[in-house]
Design a protein. Structure first.
Length: 130
């Protein structure tokens, strides 16, 4: 796990060195789980982070949209091929093309009731990078 997160951080540093603003695309399998902040730390059940690497949750109160950040680079969950992890320039994922034969199957929305005054809206779509 330490080699993986070191590799991700190195990819981010390389992108920044090249003048690009990186984002981390991660699938829903093992790679995504390895970037969860709770997996890292000093407890017996956690793995210590390599020096110079910080994994933290996003802060909605300050307008951060990603749920996780690695060295302040946002981690975005996305259906990557085989659930892999990729460090890419933000400009590459600036445009997502929604796939579908028609609007009904390109994007769906469902909801669940939280309480008398709140709903949780769930929007799902199939997309590819354009």
């Amino acid at each position: 796990m330490q080699a993986f997160v070191s590799s991700v951080a190195a990819g981010c540093t390389a992108a920044l060195t090249n003048g690009e603003e990186p984002v981390i695309l991660v699938g829903h399998l093992a790679a995504g789980g390895w970037l969860r902040p709770y997996r890292w730390g000093d407890e017996d059940w956690q793995c210590p982070l390599p020096a110079g690497i910080n994994i933290r949750p996003g802060n909605e109160a300050t307008g951060e949209r990603a749920h996780v950040y690695v060295n302040d680079v946002p981690v975005i969950e996305f259906d990557t091929p085989t659930g892999d992890c990729f460090v890419v320039p933000r400009s590459m994922v600036g445009n997502l093309e929604v796939l579908g034969v028609n609007p009904a199957n390109a994007m769906t929305m469902t909801w669940e009731r939280i309480d008398d005054e709140r709903l949780n809206l769930i929007v799902e779509w199939t997309a590819q990078l354009n």
